[in-house]
Design a protein around this ligand. Sequence first.
Ligand SMILES: [Ca+2]
Ligand SMILES: [Ca+2]
Ligand SMILES: [Ca+2]
Length: 83
Amino acid sequence: MYSELTTLDVASDDNNGAYHCALFGDFDGNVDVNVADIMRVANHWRCKCGGACYNPRYDMDGDCDIDVVDIMKVVANWGATCW
Ligand SMILES: [Ca+2]
Ligand SMILES: [Ca+2]
Ligand SMILES: [Ca+2]
């Protein structure tokens, strides 16, 4: 079920506050940061601004490419949770 969530919608008011936590690095929106989220960044490895595979969502440091720095920023938040 969680795998069908493609957008991070933690700011929504439709969930009675259960997920009112914008969790850095939680790309699949399942309220934790784990290998699944790392893999999402890794899937965009070496993508640059303007490239078909580039998605600013995964560019954690906003420098127009997705590389090890961006992955490390997610890894640094590993295990974080909103519960
Ligand atoms: Ca996650
Ligand atoms: Ca980057
Ligand atoms: Ca970079």
